[in-house]
Write a protein that binds this ligand. Structure first.
Ligand code: UDP
Length: 238
């Protein structure tokens, strides 16, 4: 049986990944499916941190168009990520593992506020870490939060679970001749202007030498397969 290639990983789960086939919000069966994969990884001794997005509920840029200012919209988006984090945390605990939700914005009635020393302690104690509210700053994304927390928590890899099964030479929806990369260096991705993650996230991962694996969340067991190196996806590294 395949063995994990990494001991400590950060998984970025977009909000959209949590809504399943519904157009909005949380699909409990999808949340449970993802939680079970996290639990499988824990059973293999892998330490798992999660950063969740909020796009299934709210995105700052969407409201900016309706007259609410962008920063306010972004704070609303960050609140959406907290709801997703709570749902994932509850599901992971229901399936028998302990999870700790930490928010970049203070909301002590609901969850702990992010503190790196505390987060490292929880992590060392074997809890699944779930980082909510992104970076805590408007004008950023949860991709950037994922790269930031991966660096802070000394994760060996950033797993970007998304809607596509990797990085392509062109948009596969528009260009039928688009090819998927199995491997790609940070420099090649930059030189070819390939969108792996947003620029801030990409720069953080590159500077800290944290490889990124881009893969589809829609494939069954794709998170586990990415950690084992047996899945379909693109590895972006040094
Ligand atoms: N957001 C933010 N700062 C952050 C992370 C997120 O302002 O550090 C806001 C932003 O409005 C964003 C929303 O939260 O649109 C949801 O995050 P994101 O779009 O990254 O979620 P995903 O696309 O992964 O579901």
């Amino acid at each position: 049986m395949a063995k994990p290639l990494y001991r400590r990983v950060l998984v970025k789960i977009s909000g959209e990944a949590l809504m399943g086939s519904a157009g909005f919000g949380l699909d409990p069966a999808t949340v449970d499916r993802i939680s079970k994969e996290i639990i499988d990884l824990r059973a293999q001794g892998v330490e798992v941190a999660l950063v969740v997005g909020g796009g299934n509920i709210f995105r700052g840029v969407q409201v900016a168009a309706s007259g609410i200012d962008r920063a306010t919209g972004d704070y609303m988006g960050m609140l959406a990520t907290v709801m997703n984090a709570m749902a994932l945390g509850a599901s992971i605990e229901r399936h028998g593992e302990t999870a700790r939700v930490m928010s970049a914005l203070e909301m002590p009635a609901i969850c702990e506020t992010f503190s790196r020393p505390k987060a490292l302690r929880h992590f060392d104690q074997g809890h699944v870490m779930i980082f909510a509210a992104g970076t805590g700053n408007p004008f950023f994304t949860t991709d950037t939060a994922a790269a930031l927390r991966a660096a802070e928590m000394r994760c060996e890899v950033l797993l970007k679970a998304t809607n596509v099964d990797g990085v392509y030479t062109a948009d596969p929806k528009k260009d039928p001749s688009a090819r998927r990369y199995d491997r790609l260096s940070f420099d090649e991705a930059l030189a070819r202007d390939l969108k792996v993650m947003d620029a801030a996230a990409f720069a953080l991962a590159r500077e800290n030498g944290i490889p990124i694996i881009v893969f589809s969340i829609h494939e069954p067991n794709s998170i586990v397969a990415a950690v084992m190196g047996t899945g379909r996806g693109t590895l972006v590294g040094a």
